[in-house]
Design a protein around this ligand. Structure first.
Ligand code: M6R
Length: 595
């Protein structure tokens, strides 16, 4: 997810430090490239590159940049690979306009062709450049800036926000269509940004921009106009009183809850990114002819590997071996070679256990690919090719949105490998939204009595087995209760002896596995235990379980993924009920760089 920031001041000054700090405060969104442009005295200074904010700032001496206006952008690649030319901001053909965007211009490819056919200079593959040329096109036809932005709006399809400026001018202009945009008003300056964290250190007086609004920023005032008819819009500024921490949590009490609710949008992003990606085709091509396919990860990422193996078998008829990274070495390493493929899965891309397995597999010639969230991490550099999880930063230690996007990525891979239409997955983000909405109350209702227990099980079968393991990991990670995840059919082979009156056992139920789950439920309830079923509404589950948490009706594959959402919510609420901080559980760290 990209981030943009623009500032207009009264006179030329050193804007570099402000731009670098604004960029730093947008890094939580995830990015691969950084750029800045300043405008003043008939000149545009543009500096940009691939890398971390501090690296690019040092290499290109961003802090030294001066100007009366400035723009900075963090780019997270969608159109065009991460490279200096694709980094933002972008210039127009003759270099007197400069702009940067956040979002996706979905008709970027067609627009680039039109611009080139019209004789414009198109330097990159990035859709941010298309925003600049779309405005240039109408300025060159004699329209004023606002009219040019209004006309460009008709040409640019998708959700985006951009900020743009011109050499011989003293203003910046911006527009919002679907992506976040906020204005800041300070003493002697105004600014605009994708999000508040980059504005609040400068001013606490803000104006929230709505979709379809064009903004003009002068140093001492701002003006909002409707893109539809150009009319002026009156909006009073408001004062932000929350702390920076509260703002960063987006109004949620904890990062974990915020990240749980970001899952539908993150799922949309990963679908957009991987559904037609040629990188995915490269990985699949290798898997098609491989002797053996391994999915390798730790903790939550390993659970996604387990789900991936079920999807590969069911949707593509391809066997894959999910394996915990440290166990890969004793159990499989002596048997692997160049005919085999490994997909190494890690949110951080820095987990030592995963990197050890990757190193060992690479030494034996195995084809190694990555699935990671953190761009620029060791995993992304050490693999032949890697696929992004597109989640932005995940701050809370318990993984939530990165898990569901790992599962989404596996679903996309399996569908594409099986020659199926990935469009079938497009319903999932909305189903996730409904699941979060519809299960919130049901989950909260069981927290008070469940809180009395410090020992429980979480069971699943088939595609819900990995979800049960993941739910159990979340529960033990942040509630400090002992919660074991298990295949439901294994429960009778020993753990059943733990069941006493009221003993809690959670069941994640897929629509196709109800009869088997009902058997498991009865083994628990007939011994006085309390069985909580999580699944789509089903008379058999309702009649047999002690409690039921209902998720929306969906296909078997989507349904399995949905069962994990109430389990995340349950662990979150139990953790809070116990007075713990779910974001930072004791003894744990987000990135484990030790053996
Ligand atoms: O960054 P990784 O995905 O490689 O991390 C692996 C595990 O340490 C991680 O998934 C851990 O289990 C989570 N904190 C669980 O919520």
């Amino acid at each position: 997810m990209c981030g943009i920031f623009g500032i207009v001041t009264e006179k030329e000054q050193r804007l570099g430090p402000i731009l670098v700090e604004a960029a730093r405060r947008l890094t939580y969104r995830g990015y691969d490239s950084v750029g800045a442009a300043t405008l003043s005295g008939g000149r545009i200074d543009l500096r940009k590159d691939v890398g971390r904010v501090d690296e690019v700032a040092e290499k290109h001496r961003l802090a030294e940049m001066t100007g009366q206006r400035g723009i900075t952008q963090l780019r997270w690649a969608t159109f065009g690979e991460p490279s200096q030319v694709n980094a933002q901001p972008h210039l127009d053909s003759d270099g007197d306009l400069v702009g940067a965007h956040n979002g996706n211009v979905v008709n970027n490819v067609e627009l680039r062709q039109e611009f080139m056919a019209e004789g414009m200079t198109v330097r990159s593959h990035n859709d941010g450049e298309s925003c600049v040329h779309a405005v240039e096109r109408y300025i060159d036809r004699g329209h004023d800036f606002i009219e040019a932005i209004r006309r460009a709006y008709g040409d640019l399809q998708g959700d985006y926000a951009y900020v743009i400026g011109r050499i011989h001018d003293d203003k910046l202009y911006a527009i919002k269509k679907g992506s976040g945009l906020v204005i800041g008003i300070g003493e002697g300056f105004t600014c605009v940004s994708s999000d508040l964290p980059s504005i609040l250190p400068l001013t606490r007086t803000i104006v929230r921009v709505q979709d379809g609004e064009i903004i003009t920023l002068w140093a001492d005032r701002v003006e909002l106009r409707s893109v539809v008819d150009g009319r002026l819009i009156e909006r009073q500024p408001e004062a932000v009183t929350e702390t920076m921490e509260a703002v960063q949590k987006g109004g949620y009490p904890h990062f974990m809850l915020k990240e749980i609710h970001e899952q539908p949008q993150a799922a949309r992003e990963v679908l957009h990114m991987l559904a037609g990606s040629s990188e995915v085709e490269t990985v699949l091509e290798r898997m098609r002819t491989a002797r053996q396919v391994y999915f390798i990860g730790c903790g939550t990422s390993y659970h996604a590997c387990l789900a991936g193996a079920v999807y590969f078998a069911q949707l593509a008829g391809r066997a894959a071996i999910p394996v915990l990274a440290p166990q890969f070495i004793p159990q499989y390493l002596p048997a692997v070679g160049p005919q085999d493929v490994g997909l190494f899965v890690s949110q951080s891309g820095e987990t030592k256990d995963v990197l050890n397995a990757l190193q060992a597999a690479g030494d034996r010639g195995m084809a190694c690919y990555g699935l990671a969230n953190v761009i620029g991490s060791t995993l992304t550099k050490a693999t032949a090719s890697w696929l992004p999880l597109c989640c932005g930063y995940e701050i809370s230690v318990p993984a939530t949105k990165t898990f569901t996007n790992q599962v989404m990525a596996f679903l996309i891979l399996a569908m594409r490998l099986g020659g199926r239409d990935v469009k079938a997955l497009e319903a999932i983000p909305e189903l996730m939204e409904r699941t979060l909405e519809e299960t919130a109350r049901q989950v909260e209702a069981i927290v008070p009595w469940l809180n009395a227990w410090n020992d429980l099980y979480c069971l699943g079968y088939g595609a819900t087995y990995p979800m049960a393991l993941e739910g159990a990991l979340k529960l033990k990670e942040i509630t400090y209760a002992h919660c074991e995840g298990m295949l439901s059919t294994e429960f009778k082979h020993g753990p059943l002896s733990a069941v006493t009156k009221g003993y809690p056992v959670l069941f994640a139920a897929g629509p196709e596995d109800v009869p088997l789950i009902v058997s498991g439920i009865n083994e628990v309830t007939c011994r006085g235990g309390r069985a909580i079923a999580i699944g789509p509404e089903d008379a058999r589950l309702r009649a047999n379980a002690s409690d039921m948490i209902t998720i929306p009706q969906a296909s078997a594959m989507a349904s399995s993924l949905l069962t994990v959402l109430p389990l995340q919510l349950l662990s979150y609420h139990l953790s809070v009920a116990r007075g713990y901080d779910p974001d930072f559980p004791r003894n744990l760290s987000k990135t484990l760089t030790v053996d």
